[in-house]
Design a protein around this ligand. Structure first.
Ligand code: 8YV
Length: 322
Protein backbone atom coordinates (compact mmCIF):
# COMPACT_ATOMS: atom_id res chain seq x y z
CA UNK A 1 0.00 0.00 0.00
CA UNK A 2 1.32 3.44 -0.95
CA UNK A 3 1.66 5.95 1.92
CA UNK A 4 -1.22 8.44 2.08
CA UNK A 5 0.03 12.00 1.78
CA UNK A 6 -1.67 15.39 1.99
CA UNK A 7 -0.29 18.23 -0.14
CA UNK A 8 -1.58 21.50 1.30
CA UNK A 9 -1.09 23.71 -1.79
CA UNK A 10 -1.04 23.15 -5.56
CA UNK A 11 2.47 22.67 -7.02
CA UNK A 12 3.95 22.77 -10.54
CA UNK A 13 2.41 19.98 -12.60
CA UNK A 14 5.64 17.99 -12.91
CA UNK A 15 6.01 17.75 -9.13
CA UNK A 16 2.37 16.87 -8.62
CA UNK A 17 2.79 14.13 -11.21
CA UNK A 18 5.75 12.58 -9.34
CA UNK A 19 3.91 12.81 -6.02
CA UNK A 20 0.76 11.25 -7.45
CA UNK A 21 2.76 8.43 -9.02
CA UNK A 22 4.73 7.51 -5.91
CA UNK A 23 2.16 8.11 -3.19
CA UNK A 24 -1.55 7.93 -2.52
CA UNK A 25 -1.77 11.70 -2.83
CA UNK A 26 -4.51 14.13 -1.89
CA UNK A 27 -4.10 17.72 -3.08
CA UNK A 28 -5.88 20.58 -1.39
CA UNK A 29 -7.96 21.65 -4.39
CA UNK A 30 -8.60 25.14 -3.10
CA UNK A 31 -6.37 28.08 -4.01
CA UNK A 32 -6.52 29.13 -0.36
CA UNK A 33 -4.42 27.57 2.41
CA UNK A 34 -6.13 24.87 4.47
CA UNK A 35 -7.86 25.99 7.67
CA UNK A 36 -6.43 25.06 11.06
CA UNK A 37 -9.31 22.60 11.51
CA UNK A 38 -8.53 20.93 8.15
CA UNK A 39 -4.85 20.68 9.03
CA UNK A 40 -5.68 19.22 12.42
CA UNK A 41 -7.90 16.60 10.79
CA UNK A 42 -5.18 15.76 8.27
CA UNK A 43 -2.93 14.50 11.10
CA UNK A 44 -5.46 11.74 11.71
CA UNK A 45 -5.88 10.66 8.09
CA UNK A 46 -2.51 10.95 6.36
CA UNK A 47 0.91 9.31 6.80
CA UNK A 48 2.64 12.51 5.73
CA UNK A 49 1.67 16.14 5.28
CA UNK A 50 3.57 18.48 2.92
CA UNK A 51 3.06 21.97 4.33
CA UNK A 52 4.38 25.31 3.13
CA UNK A 53 5.13 28.61 4.82
CA UNK A 54 1.45 29.53 4.34
CA UNK A 55 0.37 26.73 6.73
CA UNK A 56 0.67 27.70 10.36
CA UNK A 57 1.37 24.63 12.47
CA UNK A 58 1.52 25.79 16.11
CA UNK A 59 1.18 23.24 18.93
CA UNK A 60 -2.61 23.77 18.99
CA UNK A 61 -2.95 22.28 15.49
CA UNK A 62 -1.32 19.01 16.51
CA UNK A 63 -4.14 16.75 17.78
CA UNK A 64 -3.92 15.30 21.30
CA UNK A 65 -5.18 11.95 20.03
CA UNK A 66 -2.89 9.34 18.46
CA UNK A 67 -1.90 10.77 15.06
CA UNK A 68 -1.42 8.87 11.81
CA UNK A 69 1.06 11.41 10.45
CA UNK A 70 4.68 10.40 10.87
CA UNK A 71 6.32 12.99 8.58
CA UNK A 72 5.94 16.71 7.88
CA UNK A 73 7.90 17.25 4.66
CA UNK A 74 8.02 21.02 4.45
CA UNK A 75 8.24 22.67 1.01
CA UNK A 76 10.77 25.36 1.88
CA UNK A 77 13.93 25.88 3.89
CA UNK A 78 12.37 27.99 6.67
CA UNK A 79 10.30 26.03 9.16
CA UNK A 80 9.46 28.55 11.87
CA UNK A 81 5.76 28.05 11.04
CA UNK A 82 6.00 24.51 12.47
CA UNK A 83 6.15 23.84 16.22
CA UNK A 84 9.03 21.36 16.27
CA UNK A 85 8.51 20.43 19.94
CA UNK A 86 4.89 19.48 19.26
CA UNK A 87 6.10 17.35 16.34
CA UNK A 88 8.82 15.65 18.42
CA UNK A 89 6.38 14.91 21.26
CA UNK A 90 4.25 12.94 18.81
CA UNK A 91 7.20 11.21 17.16
CA UNK A 92 6.71 13.13 13.91
CA UNK A 93 9.79 13.71 11.74
CA UNK A 94 10.12 17.14 10.09
CA UNK A 95 12.17 17.82 6.94
CA UNK A 96 12.86 20.93 4.83
CA UNK A 97 14.38 21.75 1.43
CA UNK A 98 17.75 23.46 2.01
CA UNK A 99 20.24 24.49 -0.66
CA UNK A 100 17.98 24.48 -3.69
CA UNK A 101 16.55 27.96 -3.13
CA UNK A 102 19.76 29.67 -2.04
CA UNK A 103 20.59 31.38 -5.34
CA UNK A 104 17.11 32.56 -6.18
CA UNK A 105 16.54 34.03 -2.72
CA UNK A 106 19.91 35.81 -2.84
CA UNK A 107 18.92 37.16 -6.27
CA UNK A 108 15.77 38.64 -4.74
CA UNK A 109 17.78 40.19 -1.90
CA UNK A 110 20.03 41.89 -4.45
CA UNK A 111 17.14 42.98 -6.62
CA UNK A 112 15.47 44.59 -3.59
CA UNK A 113 18.76 46.28 -2.67
CA UNK A 114 19.19 47.67 -6.18
CA UNK A 115 15.53 48.58 -6.64
CA UNK A 116 15.23 50.51 -3.41
CA UNK A 117 18.55 52.35 -3.70
CA UNK A 118 17.99 53.26 -7.37
CA UNK A 119 14.30 54.06 -6.81
CA UNK A 120 13.15 51.55 -9.43
CA UNK A 121 9.67 50.98 -7.98
CA UNK A 122 9.05 54.67 -7.56
CA UNK A 123 10.33 55.42 -11.06
CA UNK A 124 8.22 52.74 -12.64
CA UNK A 125 5.10 53.94 -10.83
CA UNK A 126 5.77 57.48 -12.04
CA UNK A 127 6.32 56.42 -15.64
CA UNK A 128 3.27 54.14 -15.77
CA UNK A 129 1.15 56.93 -14.34
CA UNK A 130 2.24 59.12 -17.24
CA UNK A 131 3.97 61.49 -14.82
CA UNK A 132 7.57 61.26 -16.07
CA UNK A 133 8.62 64.86 -16.68
CA UNK A 134 11.45 63.74 -19.00
CA UNK A 135 15.19 63.42 -18.38
CA UNK A 136 16.58 66.01 -16.03
CA UNK A 137 19.86 66.14 -14.05
CA UNK A 138 18.06 66.09 -10.73
CA UNK A 139 15.34 63.58 -11.54
CA UNK A 140 14.91 60.68 -9.11
CA UNK A 141 18.41 60.64 -7.74
CA UNK A 142 19.24 57.47 -5.86
CA UNK A 143 22.18 56.03 -3.94
CA UNK A 144 25.21 54.38 -5.57
CA UNK A 145 25.64 50.72 -4.65
CA UNK A 146 29.09 49.86 -6.01
CA UNK A 147 31.83 50.02 -3.39
CA UNK A 148 29.48 50.41 -0.41
CA UNK A 149 29.36 48.19 2.67
CA UNK A 150 26.80 45.43 3.01
CA UNK A 151 26.05 44.03 6.47
CA UNK A 152 24.72 40.50 6.50
CA UNK A 153 22.81 39.29 9.55
CA UNK A 154 22.95 35.49 9.45
CA UNK A 155 25.77 34.09 7.32
CA UNK A 156 24.15 30.80 6.32
CA UNK A 157 23.79 29.61 2.75
CA UNK A 158 21.57 32.49 1.59
CA UNK A 159 23.53 35.11 3.52
CA UNK A 160 26.72 33.91 1.88
CA UNK A 161 25.19 33.80 -1.60
CA UNK A 162 23.97 37.38 -1.15
CA UNK A 163 27.39 38.48 0.13
CA UNK A 164 29.08 36.89 -2.90
CA UNK A 165 26.78 38.71 -5.28
CA UNK A 166 27.39 42.00 -3.46
CA UNK A 167 31.15 41.57 -3.28
CA UNK A 168 32.02 40.06 -6.64
CA UNK A 169 29.24 41.78 -8.58
CA UNK A 170 29.24 45.20 -6.96
CA UNK A 171 32.63 45.46 -5.29
CA UNK A 172 30.99 45.83 -1.89
CA UNK A 173 32.76 45.34 1.42
CA UNK A 174 31.11 42.58 3.40
CA UNK A 175 30.71 42.63 7.16
CA UNK A 176 28.48 40.20 8.97
CA UNK A 177 27.06 38.92 12.22
CA UNK A 178 26.52 35.22 12.81
CA UNK A 179 25.84 33.44 16.09
CA UNK A 180 28.65 30.95 15.56
CA UNK A 181 32.06 31.54 14.01
CA UNK A 182 32.11 31.35 10.20
CA UNK A 183 35.51 31.08 8.62
CA UNK A 184 35.95 29.29 5.33
CA UNK A 185 37.47 29.66 1.91
CA UNK A 186 34.54 31.66 0.50
CA UNK A 187 34.48 34.08 3.44
CA UNK A 188 38.21 34.70 3.07
CA UNK A 189 37.94 35.11 -0.72
CA UNK A 190 35.42 37.92 -0.15
CA UNK A 191 37.49 39.47 2.63
CA UNK A 192 34.27 39.35 4.66
CA UNK A 193 34.69 40.36 8.30
CA UNK A 194 32.68 38.76 11.09
CA UNK A 195 31.84 41.33 13.79
CA UNK A 196 31.03 40.39 17.39
CA UNK A 197 27.54 41.93 17.63
CA UNK A 198 24.58 42.84 15.43
CA UNK A 199 25.04 46.43 16.65
CA UNK A 200 28.59 46.49 15.25
CA UNK A 201 27.27 45.51 11.83
CA UNK A 202 24.33 47.94 11.89
CA UNK A 203 26.55 50.87 12.84
CA UNK A 204 28.83 50.35 9.82
CA UNK A 205 26.67 49.01 6.97
CA UNK A 206 25.18 51.08 4.16
CA UNK A 207 22.88 48.16 3.36
CA UNK A 208 21.74 45.62 5.94
CA UNK A 209 20.44 42.32 4.57
CA UNK A 210 18.67 39.88 6.90
CA UNK A 211 19.26 36.15 6.49
CA UNK A 212 18.58 34.64 9.90
CA UNK A 213 15.73 32.19 10.59
CA UNK A 214 12.38 33.41 11.88
CA UNK A 215 10.63 32.18 15.00
CA UNK A 216 10.70 33.03 18.69
CA UNK A 217 14.47 33.26 18.96
CA UNK A 218 14.85 35.95 16.33
CA UNK A 219 11.54 37.75 16.76
CA UNK A 220 12.12 41.50 16.30
CA UNK A 221 15.89 41.16 16.07
CA UNK A 222 15.54 44.42 14.19
CA UNK A 223 13.72 46.60 16.73
CA UNK A 224 13.55 50.33 17.44
CA UNK A 225 16.87 50.43 19.30
CA UNK A 226 18.71 48.57 16.54
CA UNK A 227 17.12 50.65 13.79
CA UNK A 228 18.29 53.66 15.80
CA UNK A 229 21.79 52.19 15.72
CA UNK A 230 21.88 51.93 11.91
CA UNK A 231 23.87 54.43 9.89
CA UNK A 232 21.74 57.40 8.95
CA UNK A 233 20.60 56.92 5.35
CA UNK A 234 21.21 53.16 5.31
CA UNK A 235 18.80 50.65 3.75
CA UNK A 236 17.24 47.52 5.24
CA UNK A 237 16.57 44.41 3.12
CA UNK A 238 14.53 41.48 4.40
CA UNK A 239 14.14 38.22 2.50
CA UNK A 240 14.29 36.09 5.68
CA UNK A 241 11.07 36.13 7.71
CA UNK A 242 8.70 38.97 8.55
CA UNK A 243 8.84 38.43 12.30
CA UNK A 244 12.58 39.21 12.37
CA UNK A 245 11.63 42.90 11.95
CA UNK A 246 9.42 45.00 14.23
CA UNK A 247 7.35 46.59 11.47
CA UNK A 248 6.05 49.42 13.69
CA UNK A 249 9.60 50.40 14.56
CA UNK A 250 10.58 50.13 10.89
CA UNK A 251 7.75 52.45 9.87
CA UNK A 252 8.85 54.98 12.51
CA UNK A 253 12.48 54.82 11.37
CA UNK A 254 11.40 55.35 7.76
CA UNK A 255 9.04 58.19 8.64
CA UNK A 256 11.75 59.88 10.70
CA UNK A 257 14.20 59.58 7.80
CA UNK A 258 16.53 57.61 10.07
CA UNK A 259 16.95 55.02 7.35
CA UNK A 260 16.68 55.82 3.66
CA UNK A 261 14.52 52.91 2.58
CA UNK A 262 13.62 49.26 2.89
CA UNK A 263 13.23 46.35 0.51
CA UNK A 264 10.97 43.64 1.85
CA UNK A 265 9.91 40.24 0.54
CA UNK A 266 8.41 38.89 3.78
CA UNK A 267 6.05 40.27 6.42
CA UNK A 268 4.89 39.40 9.89
CA UNK A 269 1.30 38.24 9.34
CA UNK A 270 1.65 38.01 5.54
CA UNK A 271 -0.19 38.28 3.21
CA UNK A 272 -1.30 41.32 5.23
CA UNK A 273 1.15 44.18 4.81
CA UNK A 274 1.07 47.24 7.09
CA UNK A 275 -0.83 49.98 5.17
CA UNK A 276 1.75 52.59 6.21
CA UNK A 277 4.42 50.72 4.24
CA UNK A 278 2.18 50.60 1.17
CA UNK A 279 2.11 54.39 1.05
CA UNK A 280 5.85 54.90 1.23
CA UNK A 281 7.73 55.61 -2.00
CA UNK A 282 11.09 54.62 -0.50
CA UNK A 283 9.99 51.07 0.23
CA UNK A 284 10.03 48.21 -2.29
CA UNK A 285 7.53 45.51 -1.41
CA UNK A 286 7.53 42.06 -3.00
CA UNK A 287 5.01 39.30 -2.30
CA UNK A 288 7.37 36.61 -0.87
CA UNK A 289 9.03 35.79 -4.18
CA UNK A 290 12.36 34.50 -2.81
CA UNK A 291 12.14 31.01 -4.28
CA UNK A 292 9.57 31.76 -6.97
CA UNK A 293 11.25 30.54 -10.14
CA UNK A 294 10.22 27.56 -12.22
CA UNK A 295 13.57 25.85 -11.67
CA UNK A 296 13.70 26.40 -7.92
CA UNK A 297 10.11 25.40 -7.20
CA UNK A 298 10.74 22.20 -9.18
CA UNK A 299 13.93 21.55 -7.19
CA UNK A 300 12.14 22.22 -3.90
CA UNK A 301 9.42 19.78 -4.90
CA UNK A 302 11.94 17.10 -5.81
CA UNK A 303 13.79 17.65 -2.56
CA UNK A 304 10.54 17.07 -0.66
CA UNK A 305 9.93 13.96 -2.77
CA UNK A 306 13.40 12.66 -1.84
CA UNK A 307 12.68 13.19 1.84
CA UNK A 308 9.33 11.42 1.56
CA UNK A 309 10.75 8.53 -0.43
CA UNK A 310 13.66 8.00 1.97
CA UNK A 311 11.35 8.18 4.97
CA UNK A 312 8.88 5.59 3.68
CA UNK A 313 11.68 3.33 2.47
CA UNK A 314 13.01 3.52 6.05
CA UNK A 315 16.27 5.14 4.94
CA UNK A 316 17.73 8.19 6.76
CA UNK A 317 15.96 11.35 5.50
CA UNK A 318 18.39 13.80 3.87
CA UNK A 319 16.97 16.99 5.39
CA UNK A 320 15.77 16.18 8.89
CA UNK A 321 15.19 19.21 11.11
CA UNK A 322 13.31 17.35 13.88
C1 8YV B 1 9.31 29.40 0.04
C2 8YV B 1 10.81 30.44 1.81
O1 8YV B 1 8.68 29.78 -1.10
O2 8YV B 1 11.81 28.32 1.71
C3 8YV B 1 11.51 29.27 2.38
O3 8YV B 1 11.78 29.29 3.60
O4 8YV B 1 10.70 31.41 2.44
C4 8YV B 1 10.20 30.52 0.46
O5 8YV B 1 11.15 30.85 -0.47
C5 8YV B 1 8.29 29.03 1.05
O6 8YV B 1 8.86 28.74 2.27
C6 8YV B 1 7.45 27.87 0.59
O7 8YV B 1 6.99 27.13 1.68
Amino acid sequence: MKPRIMVTRRWPAAIEHVLAERFDTTFNQSDAPMSLAQLKAAFLDFDAILPTVSDKLPAAVFPDAEVRTKLLANFGVGFSHIDLDAARERGITVTNTPGVLTDCTADVAMSLLLSVSRRAGEGERQLRAGLWPGWCPTHMIGTKVTGKTIGIIGMGRIGKATAKRAHFGFDMDVIFYNRSKVDDEEIRAMGARQLPTIEDVLARADFVSLHCPGGAENRHVINAARLGGMKRGAYLINTARGDVVDHDALIEALEAGKIAGAGLDVYDGEPDVPPALMCMENVVLLPHLGSATEETRADMGMRAVENLTAFFERRPVPDKVA
